[in-house]
Design a protein around this ligand. Sequence first.
Ligand SMILES: [Mg+2]
Length: 296
Amino acid sequence: MNLYQQNHQPEPEIMIEKIHPKKRYIFASDFDQTLSFNDSGYVLAELLGISEAEFERKATGMAKLNLVQQGGELAYLLLHDPEFRSKVRPEHLYKAGKQVRLKPNIDLLYSFLSEEVEGYHFDFYVISAGPVEVIRSALEGVIPADHIYGTEFEYNKHGEIERILQVTAGYGKVAVIDQLLENLRTGPDRIVYVGDGSSDIHVMLHVNRRDGFTIAVSENKYLAPIAKRSVISDSALAILVPILEEVVGWDSHSIRNLFEAKGLLIQQWDKVQTDVLTIVPSVAPSEERADAAIAD
Ligand SMILES: [Mg+2]
């Protein structure tokens, strides 16, 4: 034993970590409809006195144009639509966050992933296409603000949106993931990404390609075939199940035990694989030609 060890006995916990270092992962999650029940854009529009139908018309119109990254429609409207731009101020974004209906157990998901899975530590990040003020307000006291990435605006002295600083929709999410990998010096195979919608396609393809793990929390027809696993639940804690199974390697018995130790019961657990097909009558080539002749 050398002099250093004689004089400075390390704490037992630190010693254990030195012998068996924890595997560190980045857990990155979308926000709207992944950690919440509704799109925060609807909540914000309502606060500004813009009807749901009107917001939907404008947002879907934007999405159809494919002018902005999928999921970035609200950011575009806030800056360029005269009605949105004239009405919205930072306090509306904060207030909208407080009205978002969060899925239950986000706090438990955070603590499980941070410290309760033996041998593993998951750094919890949220990457949303929504305005960062909305997401930070909605998750205030649950997820640290500096772990939340969203679309950022610059405001003028009247509190009006002057310009967009960064959009974290579509490919913008890939940029955040790459930045996190660099900052945390983690390998791309140590990423778990969770999302529900078309704004998550780029990032999921990117994470999969580099051996990370992806989870869809919806039956979105573009996303479900890309994600390595899908899980449908009203509780945010369900996201833990595919992570424990596929990343940590637990069986369903150990997972049930963990939930029960925390006073939670997995009441229903159906494992289904869904094939979605549309089957139509085939048209014989001769009929096709006949149709074409009539059309001419
Ligand atoms: Mg979403």
